[in-house]
Design a protein around this ligand. Structure first.
Ligand code: MG
Ligand code: ZN
Length: 221
């Protein structure tokens, strides 16, 4: 019984989230702001990837929302790179919800063309919460092990892009990158895969170019 009640609550929470996410997407479409939701485990390099991506964008046109359970550390790092950022401190919540994004909308400027959302480090529930994004990226990093795709299929199934980060460490780790790519394709054949080292900047430009092309495709009229 308790399980059934719990299930109903989560379905209604997700339904409300979906409504707000659709509202957000309308807002973003109207303003031609292309929104990227970045999902991964803690420590796999989300903030560093955004820092490196910023090198290929006009920083005045990028706004970054950063979700963390505690601290403003990551938003500060983004600001030090020269882009605007807003830290969402979620307290007990291990994922971002559309309502949290809505609260930050008034901060976004007229010149903003891209909103990067760094989700809370977690490969589980962020997969269930639409944030009104246009592009979802799920990332794994080589030290985490090469079994993440099959263990957390929802994150990868709901993503448009899979990033494999920290490829500079491949030579030290028992990480079978071919197997990871095959498993990713098994889950979602059309998914885009980028192999990068955010630390060394390797492969980051290709991802930046892809994001720009996707924005152009989305808002071509
Ligand atoms: Mg971070
Ligand atoms: Zn959660």
């Amino acid at each position: 019984m308790a399980e059934i009640v719990k299930e109903n609550i989560s379905i209604s929470i997700l339904r409300v989230n979906e409504e707000i996410a659709n509202e957000l997407r309308q807002f973003f479409n109207q303003k031609k702001i292309f929104v990227v939701n970045l999902i991964s485990s803690p420590g796999s390099g989300k903030t560093m990837l955004i820092e490196r991506l910023l090198d290929y964008f006009d920083k005045k046109k990028v706004f970054v929302f950063v979700g963390d359970i505690e601290t403003e550390k990551d938003a500060k790092r983004i600001r030090e790179k020269g882009a605007n950022s807003y830290q969402i401190i979620t307290g007990n919540t291990c994922h971002l919800e559309a309502i949290m994004i809505k609260k930050g909308l008034s901060l976004i400027e007229d010149c903003t063309e891209y909103l990067f959302i760094e989700n809370v480090g977690n490969l589980v529930c962020p997969a269930s919460y639409d944030l009104g994004e246009h592009l979802r990226i799920s990332m794994i990093s080589t030290p985490e092990g090469d079994d993440k795709i099959l263990k957390y299929p929802k994150a990868f199934l709901t993503s448009d892009v899979i990033v494999i980060n920290k490829i500079d460490l491949l030579k030290y780790l028992p990480f079978d990158i071919k197997k990871v790519e095959e498993e990713a394709r098994k889950i979602k054949n059309e998914v885009k895969i980028f192999k990068i080292s955010a630390l060394l900047g390797e492969g980051v430009k290709d991802l930046a170019d892809f994001i720009k092309e996707e924005r152009e495709r989305k808002f071509k009229n």
